[in-house]
Write a protein that binds this ligand. Structure first.
Ligand code: NIG
Length: 382
């Protein structure tokens, strides 16, 4: 069953040349994009949808979220807005609530957040464990995540659980816990930060994960300068996320590497941190992605459009750079060739904006601009 989509004012395929096409159309066949080109030369299809002069782009790829959780941290957020610093200690609050939740409660919470993201154009999601922090709880979170999201990451090294010995816990995270979770995930991540996991413990978890065939991601340089970015680059991680506090050497290291710098501006705003220096990274030649970091503590938003608008308005990224950073580059950071672009053969994940151009994402910040969404070739919104 094929569908011809016409009436496209601006088509951003995010294909190799990153061209913005006008007068274009595309054909979806099954779960794939079958054809992209000039509307005047469009092939016949079983059905036709006219999107009425709107902009079309790939669905967002949100490559950093923490959606397996229970509980609420509104009070912590309110205290922060009243001047308290963000310390990541609140992770323990979510760990306690998550351990106490049933599988069905966690499933329902995840389903609600995935649906919320989809309604805003996010068609491919990564999410992490990390609010379990026992072998059984981490396996449970990985298993539940894999039921609903494209990409699952093991984050047993998120926080040393209160009362645990840091060295013993890091050994567990690199040993038995990793072994139990690895069959359920593609990625491993470590929170490499003062107060979480130091360089040598982070290295131990990451190298053990790589030895099991998992791809690597790192939480680095979130709360201060530190070894996270350097370690991620040294170990060939696919992505290092946050990058809020970068030394010039970190920028150079990223620019000379294949590691994507994934920036999480909603988190920096919610934790009253400076915004990352996207311009320095891009101008040096580093690959930059944007993600929501949706979690109940440091960044409780699922809106990729908010991240794109912030990147343009406050981080001096161009609209083109921000859209690439929210589609094609996060797909690359997840080693996914099938999403984040709309060339023939790609997964038909299509985001139609209620606007004639994608520039409106920054021009009209805060306005819900998602008109319709196809995922795997099926129209899911509205
Ligand atoms: O990416 N930094 C570590 N992890 C999350 C925060 C999780 C939380 O506060 O619950 C982050 O910001």
């Amino acid at each position: 069953m094929s569908t011809l989509i016409t009436g496209i004012a601006e088509l951003r395929t995010q294909d190799d040349d990153l061209a913005t096409l006008r007068g274009a159309a595309l054909v979806v066949d099954g779960d794939r994009v079958a054809w992209v080109g000039s509307a005047a030369r469009a092939p016949a299809a079983d059905s036709r949808v006219d999107v009425g002069g709107r902009a079309v782009l790939p669905g967002w790829v949100d490559s950093h979220t923490h959606l397996l959780f229970a509980g609420d941290r509104t009070a912590e957020f309110a205290a922060r807005m009243a001047g308290e610093p963000y310390t990541a200690g609140g992770i323990a609050t979510t760990v306690a609530a998550t351990r106490a939740a049933t599988d069905d409660e966690l499933r329902a919470n995840l389903r609600r957040h995935v649906a919320e993201a989809l309604a805003q154009g996010t068609t491919c999601l990564e999410t992490k464990t990390g609010y379990g922090l026992t072998v059984d709880d981490e396996v449970r979170l990985a298993r539940l995540a894999a039921e609903q999201v494209d990409e699952v990451t093991y984050l047993g090294a998120h926080l040393v659980p209160p009362g645990a010995d840091a060295g013993a816990y890091a050994a567990l995270a690199a040993g038995d816990m990793l072994a139990a979770v690895a069959p359920h995930v593609r990625w491993a991540d470590v929170f490499c930060e003062t107060g979480a996991f130091d360089e040598s413990r982070s290295r131990a978890v990451l190298t053990a994960a790589a030895a099991r065939g998992l791809g690597l991601r790192v939480h680095g340089n979130q709360l201060g300068r530190g070894p996270g970015v350097r370690l991620a680059v040294e170990l060939g991680a696919a992505s290092v996320d946050h990058c809020t506090h970068l030394a010039p050497a970190d920028v150079d290291a990223l620019a000379g590497s294949t590691t994507v710098a994934t920036l999480l501006p909603a988190c920096d705003l919610s934790t009253r941190q400076p915004l990352p220096d996207a311009r320095a990274l891009l101008d040096a030649g580093a690959a930059v992605a944007l993600a929501t970091n949706c979690n109940p503590g440091s960044s409780y938003t699922s809106s990729m459009a908010f991240c794109v608008a912030t990147a343009v308005l406050q981080m001096r990224m161009t609209v083109d750079e921000a859209i690439t950073a929210a589609t094609r580059t996060p797909a690359r950071s997840l080693n996914r060739q099938d999403v984040g672009h709309l060339a023939a053969g790609a997964r038909a994940d299509i985001h139609v904006l209620d606007a004639p151009s994608a520039t409106h994402l920054a021009y009209r910040p805060g306005v819900p601009l998602t008109h319709s969404v196809w995922r795997r070739g099926t129209r899911v919104i509205p």
